[in-house]
Ligand binder design. Structure first.
Ligand SMILES: C[S@@+](CC[C@H](N)C(=O)[O-])C[C@H]1O[C@@H](n2cnc3c(N)ncnc32)[C@H](O)[C@@H]1O
Length: 547
């Protein structure tokens, strides 16, 4: 038997009143398991409750203003609101539970509408002052002025809604069998991100109330985060409370000088494709010997002109934590930060980080969990779910292994780890990380898990434990079918998208009737984890056991 996860952390909702007192109708009521496409692993989309008799004919017009009450947070952290007397559902970014406000309809969907908030009439229940000056319009944090406890309970409720309405598990079984665990909070709510990517913009985006401050020339260049939903609008940011203090020192030093016309630097324009500076990526790791922070600064530029970056390098290299300054050159017109060529401008080309006692080497473009501190907690939960015997006899299959971090942290206690991942560079990093930590019982293979065929599984022995950690679209039907045929005794499903997680749990446990596929697993535990406070993101660790 696998050990059920324990984390020894505070339980926020001991009584979980929402488990007993749930609303009868739900935003997720019409999310059906059939929303899974055979050929693409798409996320189930939000859709509003079916209009009741009284609201059947009601549909607001685009541009119409409405008085609304936000009931809860739903998909992507949007506020789920109802139009008074009609029950009609609208979704609104940055509307918070209990808030009464005036909104304008911006978009009509099949059976709900999207609105923009114009004016708050009365604030939400758990209002706190947001410490960040950009919080009301930055695309990064959306719920900074909702108390952290309220953020956690909203996330927990969202997972429960999805697992009941998409996953088709009854709230009764989730409760009576103690399947659904209380969300694990993040013990630090700021400065938790080890990686931030800022964009350079040729025109600073300003919220409507600040438009009078509009400037011209280099003064209008911006370096910061994108306005919500816009790839071409950059909000200038001098400090981000989610990243480390040394990273903020570097950001401030760059902001201090990069617009100086004498430096001849220009921001890349995503429309005209002219300009030099595209992105600034700041990654914080740790010196393995001293445990002190070490910083990588990565300039992504549209061409290779190191002489132009020289003054910036001179300005930031004296910051004691800066150990690496890189230049990724990306000549494509896309907005990706991965360059076709990479140059080291100062110091070393990688930084290090320690996770569950192992050392990981991180290059500018390698994937690494972005909240290191909470990744320790997450990986401990995964290990607890894996329920390893520890006698070195078991085989682990690590699907969507990235740079191999999960598998490698388990490798010392098992016979062999087999990791699969689509990104070739991540596989190279995984092999390097294995070597760096003296691990010889891990094999990492590059491959697309959406395109597996009958031969998948021929190259590794039947695993005792499968870890599956897909990105947001979840698992492809081909992989679901493979797992149901493989019949590994235990599957640990790690998810960063509770909607696709709920769908895949449904498939693995209940099968897919319309495709004549029988389920084969029992959900033993579902543990939400908050990796990213103030954002809508929710991580879940689920343990499934073969029936
Ligand atoms: C959420 S990350 C998990 C990474 C890793 N397990 C960790 O904890 O660091 C998901 C990984 O799945 C990989 N991936 C996405 N689609 C894939 C596919 N079709 N086949 C294989 N790997 C894929 C991504 O490149 C990414 O590394």
């Amino acid at each position: 038997m696998a050990t059920l996860p324990s984390h020894g952390l505070r339980s926020l909702t001991t009584a979980r009143p929402w488990l007993l007192n749930r609303r009868p109708s739900s935003t997720f009521a019409s999310l059906s398991s059939s929303s899974m496409a055979e050929d693409s692993a798409e996320a189930p989309q939000p859709s509003a409750s079916k209009p009741s008799k009284s609201n059947k004919s009601y549909f607001p017009k685009r541009g119409q203003t409405l008085e609304l009450l936000c009931e809860s947070l739903a998909f992507k952290g949007k506020g789920l609101c109802k139009v008074a007397d009609t029950g009609f559902v609208v979704m609104c970014d940055r509307a918070l539970p209990g808030e009464r406000f005036i909104g304008r309809v911006t978009r009509k969907k099949e059976n709900y509408a999207e609105v923009t908030k114009l004016k708050t009439i009365s604030p939400h229940w758990d209002f706190v002052d947001a410490p960040c000056e950009y919080s009301s319009y930055c695309g990064g944090c959306k719920t900074q002025n909702l108390s952290y406890e309220a953020q956690l309970s909203a996330k927990e409720q969202q997972v429960l809604e999805l697992v009941t309405h998409v996953g088709m598990f009854s709230s009764k079984e989730l409760e009576s069998l103690d399947i659904m665990k209380p969300i694990v909070p993040c013990d630090i709510q700021f400065h938790y991100r080890n990686k931030m990517e800022f964009s350079f913009g040729s025109h600073e985006w300003l919220p409507t109330e600040s438009l009078s401050e509009k400037q011209d020339g280099n003064e209008s260049y911006a370096l910061g985060l994108h306005a919500p939903g816009f790839f071409d609008k950059v909000l200038n940011v001098n400090k981000c409370l989610l990243q480390s203090e040394p990273a903020n020192m570097v950001l401030a030093a760059i902001q201090d000088c990069w617009r100086d016309p004498q430096l001849g630097l220009s921001a890349y324009n995503v429309h005209s494709h002219a300009g030099f500076l595209k992105h600034l990526m700041l990654r914080t790791g740790r010196d393995v010997k001293t445990g002190l922070p070490e910083l990588m600064v990565n300039f992504v530029t549209s061409s290779y002109k190191p002489e132009l970056l020289g003054p910036l390098v001179d300005k930031i290299s004296p910051v004691p934590e800066v150990v690496s300054i890189m230049n990724n050159v990306n000549t494509s017109i896309g907005s990706t930060s991965v360059g076709e060529e990479e140059y080291t401008l100062y110091g070393k080309s990688t930084i290090t980080e320690i996770l569950r006692g192992l050392t990981f080497q991180i290059s500018a473009n390698s994937f690494f969990q972005t909240n290191t501190r909470q990744a320790e907690v997450l990986y401990k939960l995964i290990e607890d779910c894996a329920g390893l015997r520890g006698d070195g006899s078991e085989v682990v299959l690590d699907l969507f292994c990235g740079t191999g971090t999960i598998g490698l942290t388990l490798a010392q206690r098992v016979r062999h780890v087999y990791g699969y991942e689509v990104v070739a560079q991540a596989i190279a990093d995984a092999r390097l990380n294995a070597k760096l930590n003296g691990i010889h019982n891990a094999t990492f293979v590059q491959g697309d898990l959406n395109k597996i065929d009958e031969s998948f599984g021929n190259n590794f022995p039947k695993p005792d434990i499968v870890i599956s950690d897909p990105n947001r679209p979840g698992m492809h039907m081909k992989l679901i079918k493979f797992l149901l045929k493989l019949k590994a005794p235990r599957v640990v499903y790690v998810s960063c998208n509770p909607a696709t997680c709920a769908r895949d749990l449904d498939y693995l446990c209940h099968g897919v009737i319309e495709k004549n596929i029988k389920g084969g697993y029992r959900l033993k535990s579902l543990q939400p984890v908050d990796m990213f406070p103030h954002t809508p993101h929710i991580e879940c660790v689920c343990l499934l056991e073969l029936c």
